[in-house]
Write a protein that binds this ligand. Sequence first.
Ligand SMILES: *[C@@H]1O[C@H](CO)[C@@H](O)[C@H](O)[C@H]1NC(C)=O
Ligand SMILES: *[C@@H]1O[C@H](CO)[C@@H](O)[C@H](O)[C@H]1NC(C)=O
Ligand SMILES: *[C@@H]1O[C@H](CO)[C@@H](O)[C@H](O)[C@H]1NC(C)=O
Ligand SMILES: *[C@@H]1O[C@H](CO)[C@@H](O)[C@H](O)[C@H]1NC(C)=O
Length: 516
Amino acid sequence: MLLIYLLSILPFLMFCQSDCPTRCVCDPSKSVQCYRVTTVPKAIPSDTRKLHLGHNNIKQLRASDFGGLYGIEELALSSCGMEATEAHTFSTLTNLRTLELWKNKLRSVPSKLPSNVEVLKLGNNRIQALCETDFEGLAKLKILDLQNNKISKIYSRVLSSALKLESLILDSNSLELLSGPLKLPYLKRLSMQNNRLSSLPSNFFSFLPSLRFLSLSGNMFCKIPQKMPPLLRSLKMDKNLIDELQLQDLDYLSYLFELSLSENQLSTVNDALALTNLSIVDLSKNQLKAVPSRLPAQLRMLDCSHNFIQKISLQEFSGLCELKHLFLEYNNITVIGIDAWQHCLQLSDLALEQNQLSSFPKGLPDTLVRLDLKGNNITDIFKESVENLKQLRVLNLRNNRLLSLTPDVFGYLPRLRQLYLDGNPWNCTCDLMKIRVLLTARQVEIKSGFCATPDYYQGETWLSSTKILNSCGYNTLHGTKGKALLQIATKTAQEDDSSNVNGPADNEDYYDYDVD
Ligand SMILES: *[C@@H]1O[C@H](CO)[C@@H](O)[C@H](O)[C@H]1NC(C)=O
Ligand SMILES: *[C@@H]1O[C@H](CO)[C@@H](O)[C@H](O)[C@H]1NC(C)=O
Ligand SMILES: *[C@@H]1O[C@H](CO)[C@@H](O)[C@H](O)[C@H]1NC(C)=O
Ligand SMILES: *[C@@H]1O[C@H](CO)[C@@H](O)[C@H](O)[C@H]1NC(C)=O
């Protein structure tokens, strides 16, 4: 049996030993991977389809390196410290589809690339300029990634051969100038984040009819570019210098689904967002004094955090039946109309932390799952505010001014799982101990924080202190009531006592607001 087995795998072993170069692994699917080499190994099997040479130390490529390897379809040479490639190095690889040259030290695009290449990754190199011949004849190129280079200018004719290009990534270069229109009929995705662009040529989009995703974040635009392709779905212009939106800036983009204008200087958006299909809007870190009115009825996610908003009313949220995620943290909100969100019958995440609310908002939709009120000035929670919140799972009341709680207030929150109460100046009375009993009897994860008064309990953690329990009459281990409470006390004593009253850590109550 053993002999038969050995005989049967012998051809395979011989193949490995005779045809696979040292420091390489060759597998039956015609894929070869090499480690710790400083040149392209000789004698790579001639029928190889995938050749992985990434993470080696290959400073130079020579024209003869890939001689005879006509079958290669995928070639990976990322992170090799490569400085240069001789002309014609790749030109014989007539079946090459994917070429990865990520993270090297190339100063120019390798010349004479073979014409079947579809994916070309040249990100994280030192390319300073693109020449007219760089992409010549690459009529099948679909993805071109040139991010993190030092390119400052792009002339439209550079890409004139790449008629099938679908995705062009030019993030993190030093682009200042785009001359003339790019004629790329299939281009779907164009990303030019983190460059130095302040404008685009007037006819820049004229020949980009398929463009759906455009990112110009991290540039120096003062205005939204004009005449963008009307079928655009996503526009990202975060971190620019835009201080105003006009109706005509966007009104022709009736397919726009996602708009991101975070970190600009907007103080008003002048009804410019009334677009039928707009669902995701990010206006965070601007200078808005109010939530824009006339928002589209399809809106699902709105981020107006880090602005100067003071009031919330029905006027802004009227008709927003689809709104699910609303971010209003870090504003100056003092007033929320009791009917403000009465149309928002899907609202599930509401972020209101770091505002100036002095009471728990009333009239919140009963669909809320997460509510963040951290860092306000809340002194009271009334029954009417919480009794409808049947879905609420996470409630953050950290860093407010609560001294006590009405006994039944959390009885209305049947789904509550996480409750943050630390950072409040708790008055640790026996009434508060009653609430402790009610809360700990449920499966709620609680941060209670410390007693601020009376003096003799200062610094005690009110959810786990046996000292307070004892003095409130729960001091016998024999009574069942006392026993149960002490068990609870022990269980919850795991609560983190290391935080302090004034500034508990902010990151531990992080929760995901994924938009689905
Ligand atoms: C909104 O998008 C849908 C597809 O998601 C499309 O069918 C519809 O025509 C769009 N509406 C407008 C006004 O463009
Ligand atoms: C908003 O609040 C910040 C800090 O809370 C304060 O410095 C600023 O003056 C307030 N602005 C307005 C317009 O109320
Ligand atoms: C918080 O509320 C108190 C009154 O309860 C008020 O005196 C104080 O100015 C408020 N603080 C802020 C920052 O709004
Ligand atoms: C704490 O509660 C007690 C009893 O209700 C009350 O006498 C005391 O004034 C309260 N302390 C503060 C700081 O409100």
